[in-house]
Design a protein around this ligand. Structure first.
Ligand SMILES: NC(=O)c1ccc[n+]([C@@H]2O[C@H](COP(=O)([O-])OP(=O)(O)OC[C@H]3O[C@@H](n4cnc5c(N)ncnc54)[C@H](O)[C@@H]3O)[C@@H](O)[C@H]2O)c1
Ligand SMILES: O=c1ccn([C@@H]2O[C@H](COP(=O)(O)OP(=O)(O)O[C@H]3O[C@H](CO)[C@@H](O)[C@H](O)[C@H]3O)[C@@H](O)[C@H]2O)c(=O)[nH]1
Length: 435
């Protein structure tokens, strides 16, 4: 099939490359000229395992092209996917300005003599497929188009794998010819049983409800971890015992510094705002957000308890800046808040990340020293805070930590280090719910 994908962020690019790999003819459109220039050369603007080889291969095969102009590919496409950003607006709701812009542009260029499916892959409020369709029809009353919702569930850091091995694919539309076309496109990616067909509104809600549930599961386990600390129970053992119940599952039960990233924070807020628009106060989700906001600052709280006279001139290493391992995404990363608070308290902060350094700098206080070498970041520090559980930190030897650090405080914000080993080597080790 011929596909046009609007937006080359995580979703647009990974989808584009994956559908090209499956034999479709794909054109990816972005208004960012620099990105398109790089992509044409096979250079990915994002760090994502396995993406660049597929990108290069499909450019070489002529299955994927990049452009800043949507008119030509749109006219030739069977399916057009909207994958532009839907960031958080000031009131917490999803900002639909990018989606509305592309809807207007599509209205101007969609042909009337050809059936076209338009898909919202961006995470959008319930009712958006209908809104996009009416915006298109306002500009082109005779367009033979069906706007559907096919939400994206990939995770950063495993985006390519998630796309080729999805748990499910949700296709939301009541228009049968559009549904058939979308089922045909997605068939190579999933067993028939894993394709769920719904109305566009239900599909839009499935995306928000999934993210809200996972975010709530994380805040739940963090709350249990905090109670574990008070009673000297161990969250690793507790999560293992709780997660063994198949109704609960062991996934997303890792206590830590809470969720960050480009999706959970904004999507939970957007769902709260959608409920509020209909005079429903989503109290459970409000608590999810509140717990997450305090959880990320736990390392600062622990240091302040250990040094009641203040953190002025204390040398602290922060290991990991990206919001999770496997990505260079800094959106809503806990490291940003932690480093700002430490610098505000007067600490001398030395940070490291194996992938993201230059792009992180504008988000961090000027006073922070950024290192591209773990050894340099931890040399002479009074305390070390692990924020992102990159393998490089897990593999770093206790002997290296012991010889480089001056102080003995280790705060393992992701429960990723071996507590016993650190304690045996005289460190004051603080995990989350596992002291
Ligand atoms: N990042 C993820 O892991 C993920 C996963 C599932 C769903 N989503 C959802 O998918 C959507 C996209 O997320 P993302 O992280 O890929 O976004 P992003 O912000 O990284 O990228 C969006 C891209 O769209 C481009 N764009 C904006 N306006 C445009 C226009 N008029 N024409 C062409 N291109 C335009 C931007 O230049 C940018 O390159 C969001 O709604 C997000 O919530 C994201
Ligand atoms: O047990 C866990 C699991 C995750 N996290 C944190 O939760 C955040 C999100 O992690 P993850 O879900 O792995 O990454 P994302 O790439 O943000 O993916 C989520 O958001 C995407 C965008 O909507 C969805 O498509 C995915 O299905 C959904 O998992 C990160 O900060 C993790 O550190 C925890 O604290 N504990």
């Amino acid at each position: 099939m011929k596909l046009t994908i609007l937006g080359t962020g995580y979703v647009g690019l990974v989808s584009g490359v994956s559908f090209a790999e499956l034999g479709n003819d794909v054109v990816c459109v972005d208004k960012d000229e620099e990105k398109i220039k790089q992509l044409k050369k096979g250079i990915s603007p994002i760090y994502e395992e396995g993406l660049e080889p597929l990108l290069e291969k499909n450019i070489h095969n002529g299955k994927i092209h990049f452009t800043t102009n949507l008119a030509e590919p749109v006219a030739a496409s069977d399916i057009i996917m909207i994958a532009v950003g839907t960031p958080q607006a000031d009131d917490g709701s999803a900002d639909l300005s990018f989606v509305r812009t592309v809807a207007g542009e599509l209205g101007e260029v969609l042909p009337s003599d050809k059936r076209t499916v338009v898909v919202n892959k961006s995470t959008v409020p319930i009712g958006s497929a209908e809104e996009v369709e009416s915006m298109i029809r306002e500009k082109n009353a005779t367009a033979d188009v069906a706007v559907c919702s096919v939400p994206e569930f990939l995770r950063e850091g495993s985006a390519v794998k998630d796309t080729f091995h999805p748990d499910r694919i949700v296709i939301g539309t009541n228009v049968s010819w559009a549904r058939e076309r979308l089922v045909q496109l997605h068939a190579p990616l999933a067993d028939a049983n894993d394709i769920i067909t719904t109305s566009s509104r239900s599909a839009e809600m499935i995306k928000y409800a999934s993210n809200a549930f996972l975010a709530t599961k994380i805040s739940f386990v963090n709350e249990i971890a905090n109670i574990c600390e008070a009673y000297e129970a161990n969250i690793d053992e507790v999560a293992q015992g709780v997660g063994a119940d198949r109704r609960i599952s062991p996934h997303f039960l890792n206590a830590g510094l809470g969720y960050g990233g480009s999706c959970f924070p904004k999507d939970v807020q957007a769902l709260i705002a959608l409920a509020r628009d209909k005079n429903y106060e989503a109290n459970l989700l409000n608590s999810t957000v509140a717990i997450n906001a305090t959880q990320r600052l736990k390392p600062v709280e622990i240091l302040q308890q250990q040094f009641p006279r203040g953190l002025r001139d204390m040398k602290v290493a922060v290991l990991g800046l990206a919001f999770k391992p496997g990505t260079d995404d800094m959106r809503y990363a806990p490291s940003i808040d932690i480093i700002h608070e430490l610098v505000k308290a007067g600490a001398d902060v030395h940070a490291h990340d194996p992938i993201v350094l230059d792009d992180a700098a504008p988000l961090l206080p000027r006073a922070v020293s950024l290192h591209d070498n773990v050894g340099q970041a931890i040399t002479g520090v009074d305390a070390m805070v692990l924020v992102t559980e990159w393998d490089v930190y897990k593999q770093y030897s206790i002997a290296e930590f012991s010889s480089a650090m001056t102080g003995k405080i280790v705060i393992d914000g992701r429960n990723a280090l071996d507590a016993k080993t650190f304690k045996e080597h005289g460190f004051d080790y603080y995990g989350i719910g596992r002291r």
